[in-house]
Design a protein around this ligand. Structure first.
Ligand code: NZQ
Ligand code: ZN
Length: 389
């Protein structure tokens, strides 16, 4: 394990079919004014809204609501939520939904007591909160982002088309607790389920494809990737399979709660390309990653050949006998591509609304990071988007 690192994670997890039973005890520890935050209405259709509201009432909370948090939440919506939380003198924010609702709630929580506009402070200058953060908790309904146990908050500026992730180091922005009931994810449309699965897988890849040392984090990553591949195949055929869906949900949390990043430089370039695309097209996050991944990985393969070879053998069971390292590495990516097609992921950016005349704009809003095997140039960013059309 190279490098020095600190690992701290304050989020308490309640997992399983009875996980929501713990909400009452958690709410007993917070003040009376609670803001319930949710998305476009899926929780009203599947009964989760009623169940959560019932518990809030039992606990005697005064409840205000922020509803209509959209996928890829916007900074305009964050500003609206800050006003609601201020007017309600919020003691606690309860996010009920997917990554978008959870990310959004963090942005509001970190801004209620700040005077400055959150876009400039958090998403341009990447500062930490300077005033107390309103505590928050999460009832998760979509397995994918890992937002339930991290400090990430990804917000879109619809005017400039920038989609930017702020990873809060301040652990008071992490959810205090997360309720993870795999049954709550069972009403997801297939499209969202597989987008979430690819998001999980790619989070692990982003941390795995960096560094060169013998790292425990890489062995953990390989185990998580194998579990995701295994369970995703079952869930793809049989979405109501509890065991598969529960393993996917648990893997999602561990894929992005900073554990497998320990000792790693981490890459995150697929996410930067995906966020660039998401900012311009507003497409579903996991699909934006799927659409750009293979052109990116094929592009950087020569620079990280040893790791791509290891990925092929340890994750995809490629038989290395009689093959060059390059052949083995390429066979690994071919196996990954076959799995992605099996799940029905979107494999090109055209299907997500991108057109050739958007290439320059896509490059403009894509942040280039340096942690992976090759630091891209702007021309390479354009090239990868072109190959993804
Ligand atoms: O809005 P509602 O009506 O709830 O519908 C949502 C939404 O349309 C629906 N949905 C969620 N749970 C459901 C359900 N439909 C039926 N049954 C359920 N149980 O699914 C749609 C997508 O929801 P969303 O929350 O947008 O999806 P996801 O969890 O994939 O979150 C995506 C956002 O998280 C960010 C992404 O960039 C994107 O903005 N990310 C956050 C990260 C973090 N905090 O660390 C890291 C990730 O890489 C990612 O960037
Ligand atoms: Zn992601």
């Amino acid at each position: 394990m190279l490098g020095n690192f600190t690992y701290a994670n304050p989020t308490k997890l309640y997992f399983g079919e009875n996980a929501l039973d713990n909400l009452k005890a958690e709410l007993a520890q917070v003040g009376p004014n609670v803001v319930l935050v949710y998305g476009g209405g899926s929780i009203k259709k599947n009964g989760i809204y009623e169940a959560v509201l019932g518990i809030l009432r039992e606990c005697g909370k005064r409840v205000a609501e922020i509803s209509g948090v959209m996928p890829n939440p916007t900074i305009a919506k964050v500003r609206e939520g800050i006003e609601i939380a201020r007017a309600h003198e919020a003691d606690f924010l309860l996010a009920v939904g997917g990554g978008s609702v959870c990310d959004y709630t963090k942005a509001v929580a970190a801004s209620v007591h700040e005077e400055e506009d959150p876009w400039e402070k958090y998403f341009v200058r990447f500062e930490e909160p300077s005033k107390p953060v309103v505590p928050l908790g999460c009832v998760l309904t979509l397995a994918g982002t890992g937002s339930e146990m991290n400090g990430g908050s990804v917000i879109t500026n619809a005017e400039t088309k920038e989609k930017v992730g702020k990873v809060f180091a301040d652990t008071s922005v992490f959810p205090r607790f997360a309720v993870l009931n795999p049954r709550f994810t069972m009403t997801l449309p297939h499209y969202q389920m597989v987008a979430g699965i690819y998001d999980i897988f790619n989070h692990i890849c982003e941390q795995y494809f960096s560094g060169t040392d013998d790292s425990t984090s890489d062995y953990l990553s390989e185990g998580l990737m194998r579990s995701v591949i295994h369970s995703s195949r079952i869930a793809n055929r049989d979405p109501q399979n509890y065991e598969a869906r529960s393993n996917i949900m648990w893997s999602a949390t561990w894929a992005l709660n900073t554990l497998v990043a320990c000792g790693k430089s981490t890459d995150w370039m697929v996410h930067m390309l995906g966020q660039g695309l998401g900012g311009v097209t507003n497409a579903t996050h996991g699909m934006t990653l799927a659409a750009v991944s293979l052109p990116y990985y094929r592009h950087i393969l020569p620079y990280g050949l040893a790791k791509f070879r290891r990925f092929a053998v340890n994750v995809w069971n490629v038989n290395p006998e009689g093959k060059t390292d390059e052949e083995i590495a390429k066979e690994g990516l071919a196996a990954m591509e076959a799995w992605m097609r099996e799940l029905g992921l979107v494999m090109n950016i055209t299907e997500l609304g991108a057109t050739p005349d958007m290439l320059e704009k896509l490059a403009d809003v894509t942040i280039i990071l340096k942690g992976g095997y090759k630091t891209l140039t702007r021309d390479e960013v354009i090239e990868i988007f072109k190959e993804s059309l």
